[in-house]
Design a protein around this ligand. Structure first.
Ligand code: FDA
Length: 305
């Protein structure tokens, strides 16, 4: 049943028509709950408040349904403005970007040009830019882009997904570049030909990747809400004598806020992924797929008139 619900919401997350409906309806039901605001200026106060509590952030301008060059260029300008605002407001924040929103499905050279403009600004202001990982058909291209950009920029990082069979090999290949890496379980609907269908196998692989990443000496962001994975990381770090400044925990804005604060109080670095923007629909559906209970409050608001 769990798998059926998950697949149902993941299928809905890809529906551009429903995205347009949700966009028109506005983001009132999710703002301040799982997204910070409709634009970055409107989100700054929330980020300042998180920073004040000792939580670092990474901000994400939501929007995966980008099919024109003009929109991809607009997204690039917005990312640059966001980095400039982070620097001006002295926020403790990275930014996260999706290659599809910068034109991956349109033209590879366009993405390189867009990312180069973003990374020039990021390097100037010392802001890290993390390339989120999307669905499997885009994984190879995304990693190739990352490797190319990493040759010129130290402020670029990316994400590896534990549900993919290929990830252990990807981690090994990337480790020579000594990147900042975010490890996640994986949020998309993938076939058994490329991804572990069973949660237990995903969890086992996730633990294996955390261990390997730390042993390779990489700065590792363990992005999960799962107590078992958090406990595993803490124990492992102690056992392998990995200092607290070689890894961090990451969670999504609005999820497990109490646990986030407990980790800060225990002396761990904790980064909150803060989405903002009008295209909240796909993100919202993926969160429903993971754990409907998390955001049932907002779901009630969505179906009620
Ligand atoms: P999972 O959903 O496997 O749940 C495991 C257990 O954790 C649950 O059974 C429950 O006990 C507990 N739990 C989970 N959520 C809880 C909650 N809110 N409250 C209480 N208990 C809870 N994916 C991707 O494909 N590409 C990407 O770039 C990213 N980026 C990203 C950044 C950050 C900061 C995070 C946290 C996540 C991502 N993801 C992602 C999403 C990721 O792949 C994954 O889908 C979700 O994090 C859900 O998996 P978890 O590991 O959190 O726990």
């Amino acid at each position: 049943m769990e798998a059926v619900t998950r697949n149902f919401f993941l299928c809905l997350s890809k529906n551009n028509w429903l995205n347009q409906v949700a966009r028109k309806r506005g983001s009132g039901i999710v703002t301040g709950k799982i997204i910070a605001g409709i634009d970055f200026p409107n989100s700054v106060q929330i980020i300042k408040e998180l920073n004040r509590k000792g939580l670092s952030t990474t901000v994400d301008h939501l929007g995966e349904f980008v099919h024109s060059k003009e929109t991809a260029i607009d997204r690039t300008k917005e990312a640059i403005e966001t980095i400039e605002t982070i620097a001006r407001e002295k926020l403790d924040s990275h930014i996260s970007v999706k290659m599809t929103s910068l034109g991956l499905d349109i033209d590879r050279d366009l993405v390189i040009r867009n990312m180069t403009s973003i990374l020039d600004t990021a390097e100037k202001h010392g802001v890290m830019v993390t390339i989120d990982m999307e669905d499997e058909p885009r994984c190879e291209q995304t990693l190739e882009l990352f490797k190319q950009l990493r040759e010129s920029y130290s402020c670029v990082s990316t994400v590896l997904q534990a549900y993919l069979y290929r990830t252990e090999q990807d981690l090994k290949k990337l480790s020579v570049l000594k990147p900042f890496l975010r490890l996640v379980k994986g949020a998309y609907k993938e076939p058994a030909t490329v991804a572990y269908p069973d949660k237990k196998d995903v969890d086992d692989n996730y633990k294996k990747l955390i261990r390997q990443s730390l042993e390779y000496g990489l700065y590792t962001a363990v992005a999960t809400h799962d107590d078992e994975m958090i406990g595993y990381t803490k124990e492992l770090a102690e056992k392998l004598k990995i200092p607290n400044d070689q890894f961090e925990f990451q969670m999504l804005y609005g999820m497990r806020s109490k646990t986030q604060m407990e980790l800060v109080e225990q002396g761990y670095k904790m980064r909150v992924y803060v989405p903002y923007g009008r295209d909240w629909y796909g993100y919202f559906m993926r969160r429903l797929a993971e754990r409907p209970a998390n955001i049932s409050f907002a779901f009630k608001g969505l179906v009620k008139k």
